[in-house]
Design a protein around this ligand. Structure first.
Ligand code: KPL
Length: 310
């Protein structure tokens, strides 16, 4: 190991949380897991975490707890819960005894606000660094998390967060997880938003893997229309994202993660709340503010919200 070991907290051992925890542990770091479920935390303490990679299975020993106050001082805490659980995770993290860098990694708009809302006054004690990730992982019907595509994570390096973002990116990089620090995260955030509003609802509604959206003409047309609508709102917000860039981002992501079950389809399958409020709904709210009609987004958003568990 060419780097010194660090202590990292993973908040929420879902698919992305498991992926990060196992990879960071395999790179020699001390990994702690903060969970909301006492049963699952007990199971993780007993069995560890398992990840299937392209080269075989990796198991990580970790210490799991439901009590943030029990966690030792950490170099980094990566908040991996889904958007609907962010405020609850923030309330849990408000008990952290030691200041740290809290890295968010969620899809969508309003992520930091939701975490801040949960943290309350404790937010001021920590460095809140936003990121967007193209990492793709999913939990199969056998309960095992698979790392489907090892793609970049982009972190907000705007001052005064830059040194903390760089330290977090170096930690991820030490585990073979590509990470870059951006001077301004907004272009990356909007590009990823275009990807998520284009891919996630359609895959959940049509019950198809991401690659099908690139393969099937009817679905590709719908995906590209959704990406263009997101780009129109980005431009209204002052972010330079052309229709062609948004389309290419969606198409590239669908192809690069062809075998993945999107996070929204995973949520629907598991009967969990989806992230639609942070994706389509949040985008429609901003579009209304700018007087922009988004017919394709309005249609899929309404249909996802009507799904039984959404
Ligand atoms: O971010 C994703 C998600 O599923 O939430 C993509 C990039 C679409 C990969 O599945």
């Amino acid at each position: 190991m060419a780097h010194s070991p660090h202590r990292i907290v993973i908040v929420g051992p879902g698919a992305i949380g498991t992926l990060l925890a196992v990879r960071l542990h395999a790179a020699g770091h001390e990994v702690h897991v903060l969970d909301h479920s006492p049963d699952r935390a007990a199971r993780l303490n007993r069995d560890g975490l398992l990840l299937e990679t392209e080269t075989g299975r990796l198991r990580a020993r970790c210490r799991a707890t439901t009590r943030a106050a029990d966690l030792p001082a950490a170099d980094l805490a990566v908040v991996c819960v889904k958007c609907p659980a962010l405020a609850d995770a923030g309330r849990q993290l408000a008990d952290l005894a030691h200041p740290t860098t809290l890295l968010t990694i969620q899809n969508g708009l309003g992520v930091l606000d939701a975490l801040r809302q949960g943290l309350g006054a404790a937010a001021a004690r920590h460095r809140l660094v936003a990121s967007v990730t193209y990492q793709a992982a999913n939990r199969g019907p056998d309960g095992i998390v698979r790392h489907v595509a090892n793609l970049p994570t982009l972190l907000d390096g705007s001052p005064p967060l830059r040194p903390h973002a760089e330290a977090a990116a170096t930690l991820l990089g030490s585990a073979g997880l590509p990470a870059t620090v951006e001077d301004d995260l907004r272009p990356a955030l909007w590009r990823k938003l275009a990807v998520n509003v284009a891919i996630n609802p359609l895959t959940a509604l049509e019950e198809v893997r991401n690659g099908q959206l690139a393969e099937r003409d009817d679905l590709r047309r719908q995906m590209l229309a959704l990406a263009r609508e997101a780009a129109a709102v980005a431009r209204a917000e002052g972010v330079a994202l052309s229709d062609q860039q948004a389309e290419a981002a969606a198409l590239d992501a669908a192809r690069a993660t062809a075998d993945n079950v999107s996070s929204m389809w995973q949520d629907v399958r598991a009967g969990r709340a989806t992230e639609i409020e942070f994706l389509g709904t949040a985008l429609l709210r901003l579009a209304a503010h700018h007087g922009l009609p988004l017919p394709a987004t309005a249609d899929v958003t309404a249909r996802v919200r009507a799904l039984k568990h959404a």
